[in-house]
Design a protein around this ligand. Structure first.
Ligand SMILES: *Cc1c(COP(=O)(O)O)cnc(C)c1O
Length: 382
């Protein structure tokens, strides 16, 4: 089965009990047993629920993984992965990372004795140099947030494995439609299914995908023991979103490419960050390890913070909001929104400041999006 077919059919056979064509929302906490320990595969919904199981099967299929685990949020999924570590273990993580991932490493796991070195993982030499004998995990986000830097997954897998560590890739931005890290050598894929997987900005969720049976059993134990699972309705919403992932990603890529080209032609814009532009440093690599360049575009306005605030204020179809990956276009100001939890000097050094704006380009009609951006750029001149 091809990708778009698996998105609609994997884990989603007609319901055995009723013939329901769509996987039902099994809104139950528990399952009746015919005798102690005799049941139909489900006992209690923290340990397993049929709606969640359908989602886990579908996600695993899309990521070319043998095992899928769904969580209540992307950060709950990340927490499960980081719980594989023990005090004294060291992590190497990308510095251009989702703000909440950095916060989890710095403020939750560092106090437990798990140290992280943050480096630009798109720089192979910097990545290799950051590995230590005690490094157990390398955490990569590609394309990254908000600068859309591209990390070579196959190279990262090689240096990570040479160091006897595990490579984790946060595949939220690319989605399995555009990039499948396990096929490139990664050990663990994490997702915020809140974003493109769900796709409609109406649910918060996360997932972990692995091939290795040992890792799968440790993570399954953790999922049940710590309990950060999604409810049946949230699982169902993500599963419904996945059905149109292929269609949506094609539309996101097409619109984002037009938006990036338009922004690059405007004098108000100092730079555009989009892997699909030949001027982007990761363009060639993205073309090799991804089958499209995604729906996220960042831009730097020449007029700095004031221009950015005027621009954001003037947009109509792009809502000023955190999050990304929904059918509707969103705009954010990373320095004071998604990346506000970063130390100020880190933000400055990496250029997450001044005129930097991040767009999640939706699937509205491109003419309306370009007209909206054009009038907002005019307004940004103040
Ligand atoms: C949103 C996001 C997360 C966190 O996911 P939540 O569902 O908000 O907990 C992690 N990584 C990336 C790249 C994200 O965009």
């Amino acid at each position: 089965m091809k990708f778009a077919t698996r998105a609609i059919h994997a884990g989603q056979a007609a319901d055995v009990a009723t013939g329901a064509t769509i996987v039902p929302i099994y809104q139950t906490s528990t399952f009746t047993q015919s005798a102690p320990g005799e049941h139909k595969g489900f006992e209690y919904s923290r340990s397993g629920n049929p709606t969640r199981q359908a989602l886990e099967t579908c996600l695993a299929s899309l990521e070319s993984a043998a095992h899928g685990l769904a969580f209540a949020s992307g950060l709950a999924a990340e927490n499960a992965v980081l719980s594989l570590l023990r005090p004294g273990d060291h992590v190497v993580a990308g510095e251009d990372l989702y703000g909440g991932t950095g916060r989890l490493l710095r403020q939750v796991f560092a106090p437990l004795g798990i140290r992280t070195t943050f480096v630009d993982t798109s720089d192979g030499a910097a990545l290799s140099a950051a590995l230590e004998p005690s490094t157990r995990l390398v955490w990569v986000e590609t394309p990254s947030n908000p600068l859309l830097l591209v990390t070579d997954i196959a190279f990262a897998a090689k240096v990570t494995h040479d160091n006897r560590a595990l490579l984790v890739v946060d595949n939220t931005f690319a989605t399995p439609y555009l990039q499948r890290p396990l096929e490139l050598g990664a050990d663990i894929v994490v997702h915020s299914t809140t974003k493109y997987a769900g796709g409609h900005s109406d649910v918060v969720g996360g997932a972990v995908l692995v091939d290795d049976p040992g890792l799968a059993s440790q993570l399954t134990f953790y999922q049940n023991a710590a309990g950060g699972v999604p409810g049946p309705f949230d699982s169902w919403l993500v599963l419904r979103g996945l059905k149109t992932l292929a269609l949506r990603m094609r539309a996101h890529c097409e619109n984002a490419a037009s938006v990036a080209a338009f922004l690059a032609s405007r004098s108000e814009v100092e730079s555009v960050y989009y892997p699909g532009l030949p001027s982007h440093p990761g363009h060639e690599l993205a073309g090799q390890q991804m089958s499209g360049f995604g729906g996220m575009v960042s831009l730097r306005l020449a007029g700095g913070r004031d221009a950015a605030l005027h621009f954001l204020q003037a947009l109509t179809y792009f809502s000023l909001a955190e999050s990304l990956g929904g059918v509707e276009s969103l705009a954010s100001y990373p320095a004071e929104m998604t990346h506000a939890s970063l130390p100020a000097e880190d933000r400055e050094r990496r250029g997450i400041s001044g005129g930097l704006v991040r767009l999640s380009v939706g699937v509205e009609d491109i003419d309306d999006l370009l007209a909206d951006l054009e009038q907002a750029l005019e307004a940004s001149r103040g």
